[in-house]
Design a binder for this molecule. Sequence first.
Ligand SMILES: Nc1nc2c(ncn2[C@@H]2O[C@H](COP(=O)(O)OP(=O)(O)OP(=O)(O)O)[C@@H](O)[C@H]2O)c(=O)[nH]1
Ligand SMILES: [Mg+2]
Length: 452
Amino acid sequence: MHFHDEDTITALATAPGVGAISIIRISGSISFESVDQIFVGKQKIVNTPTHTIHYGKIVDRNNEIVDDVLVSVFRNPNSYTGEDSVEISTHGSSYIVEKIIAALVETGIRLAEPGEFSKRAFLNGKLDLAQAEAVADVINSRTEASLRGARNQLDGLLSSKVKSLRKMLIEISSLIELELDFVEENIELIPLSEITKKISAIENEIESLLQTYSFGRVIKDGVNVALVGKTNVGKSSLLNYLLKEARAIVSHIPGTTRDIIREELYIDGILFKIYDTAGIRHTEDEVEKEGVVRSKDAVKNADIILFMNDIKEKFAEGLYGYITGQSGSERVIIVANKLDLGDEISFKADVKISCITGEGIENLFSLLKKKAIGSYSYTEKTAIVSNLRHYNALRKSRQNLKNAQYSISAKFSNEFIAVDLRNAENSLGEIVGEITSDDILNNIFAKFCIGK
Ligand SMILES: Nc1nc2c(ncn2[C@@H]2O[C@H](COP(=O)(O)OP(=O)(O)OP(=O)(O)O)[C@@H](O)[C@H]2O)c(=O)[nH]1
Ligand SMILES: [Mg+2]
């Protein structure tokens, strides 16, 4: 393989710091020669077959032993990057790692840039762009759901869907372009109504992909949930109940919470970021005033608002108006708290709970889940969009298809339709990296960490 004649690079691939072992990665045409200059084992690494592991010692310039190590050998094209690669497993000391990397650099190779191993894997055709991005997501995943979503993308579900849509588009545009050759003779090879139908089918597929984004984003990044309400309704009590610890101060004195308290909670593998806020009321207290300002910010930034009310009290109509004015009623769950004091209620609540007995909390969980992911059911086979870049590219593509449909209905010449279709194709191509620029690539890989 080796399409790209590049430098040989090295970096620590495991997390920096102390650990049982650390792994140093080396990739590029002189990987084996470079390692042989500092490695003493039974045989030279250049002579070893691919996918073998070798015990030996790393020695420094003065022939002092730095560490005993295991060296794994991967010959191109059967490595992560597609190039000749080596992984050196050392004892997990950052001092040892630093010494070995310095020794490697002295042999004439250089330090890798962030994401450079994955970038090479992409450039050598080992992964497409969406898959390379999924590597980052797999590494960053913290929940079952986010891991499954990232795996789904790494396994190429999104890529193969996008590639097949792109192929269909290319077929349509070649028909249109073919027809351009016959314009003089005024022959219509396929009726435009056929073309319209085919484009609509692709538009629908793109639409369904776009609809997975809110779900994809939730499983990847989690959901922001703000606990909002008047003072003393039990917002902090709910936070504490959910966390099973006395995280926030709770008291019968109104205006207890002033700062925002942020904590994380997993419900069925989905990450909920919970924000306990200051109760919203009119106040002359400077500190509390600032707390109220922050609560209002939290309302703006939340994906879901748990609007808390005391079941014994009047519904906070004015505050509800404010919240829905900011964010609509879609994102709000009306909670009636203190159910243990009696279930008579003067307002309409989505759920009744008690932070003392825990009654109703399960119902609250199902409402939260429903608001977060809707009725979306997750199957291993569905392609999911979880990356903003992909989402935007799909939207661009959809817009270009709309333009094409317009060109057809307005009876524009086929040249116009062809241009719209070409643009739609290119937007899809950007997702998997079939169409790309250095800028896009550098931008994507620069966000990776070193060694990836
Ligand atoms: N009986 C009963 N009391 C509750 C319940 N939840 C909270 N409380 C009480 O209500 C009072 C206020 O609770 P907090 O959790 O501090 O209320 P808050 O909404 O955070 O109040 P601020 O931070 O002042 O805005 C405390 O005395 C709690 O013990 C509940 O479910 N049942
Ligand atoms: Mg509070």
